[in-house]
Design a protein around this ligand. Structure first.
Ligand code: DGL
Length: 296
């Protein structure tokens, strides 16, 4: 748990921001949050023992989301929660808002609207999990923009899991080969990429895991295609909500409290490897969560 100064009860603005994802994908959002909000403390929970969410039932993902939100509120006294997972947002954000009316909450959705502002050809690709693309929330989002461009939506089964496994030391090699194969398969299935008429010139990464294979994806679709993710807008929205609630932390770290704490329900080594590789964070900031959170 994050430490607080002496016996003094923590001021609410000093509390950490909670973030969670089915696994390590949300670290891409944490990175943006750290950059935008350098004075804040963060507690990140990777539910890696239950990944991938995108290929599980909506009911299961909603249950995990509620259990994790409860855990972060009860044990880490978070002052806000960022659901750094498109799939969990689609499954549970509405109910989460009802259950935690006082908690500033930020969810993620595939960046279809920002993509509209960027496309020149009017052809937009969307990669996301099966859970996200088959959700009612995504259907509503798509229908709100569908008349303005041509959207090619692709459910990418297996991709988030392969990215998850790519940080587990003994699975790295095999997972990398799987990532390459899946990226080729899914981009080919979407159609032609480029800046010519009828070609997809804007590609939405609608799953936080995919940001970690952005370079490989860019190499496949070509330099003219713009890849769109949601980390920065989500960080700015979090900042706006905290400011409106008077919860922005104005003080630099006291040197006692850890600025970042990373938790996992899964393999600790995998999280440590991901934290070092993608955020430059040392292994000591990672911990396993108590078994009570494992079964909901
Ligand atoms: N990273 C998650 C998302 O943004 C889900 C990946 C998964 O577990 O399927 O949707």
């Amino acid at each position: 748990m994050l430490k607080h100064i002496g016996a003094r009860p923590p001021m609410k603005a000093f509390g950490p921001i909670g973030i969670f994802d089915s696994g390590i994908g949300g670290l891409s959002v944490l990175k943006a949050l750290q950059k935008e909000l350098p004075l804040e403390r963060f507690v990140y929970l990777a539910d890696s023992a239950h990944a991938p969410y995108g290929e599980k039932s909506e009911h299961f993902v909603a249950q995990r989301t509620h259990a994790i939100a409860e855990h972060l509120c009860a044990h880490h006294h978070i002052k806000a929660l960022v659901v750094a997972c498109n799939t969990a947002t689609a499954a549970a954000i509405h109910e989460l808002r009802l259950k935690h009316p006082m908690l500033p909450l930020v969810g993620l959705e595939p960046a279809l609207k920002p993509a509209l502002a960027l496309t020149r050809t009017g052809h937009i690709g969307v990669m996301a999990t099966q859970g996200t693309v088959s959700s009612a929330k995504f259907a509503r989002l798509l229908s709100s923009v569908q008349s303005e461009a041509h959207f090619m939506t692709q459910a990418c089964n297996g991709l988030a899991m392969a990215i998850e496994q790519s940080t587990t030391p003994d699975q790295t090699h095999c997972a990398q080969a799987q990532i390459t194969h899946l990226l080729q398969t899914y981009t080919q299935a979407m159609g032609r990429f480029g800046s010519g008429p009828g070609e997809i010139d804007t590609l939405v990464m609608g799953c936080t895991h995919y940001v970690f294979v952005e370079n490989a994806l860019q190499a496949l679709v070509g330099p003219e295609v713009q890849l769109v993710s949601t980390g920065v807008p989500v960080a700015r929205q979090t900042q706006r909500l905290l400011m409106a609630a008077g919860l922005l932390n104005a003080e630099a770290s006291d040197g006692v409290s850890q600025p970042v704490c990373l938790l996992t329900t899964g393999d600790l080594q995998g999280l440590q490897a991901a934290a070092l590789r993608w955020l430059g964070l040392p292994g000591e900031v990672c911990q396993a969560v108590p078994a009570s959170l494992h079964d909901t």
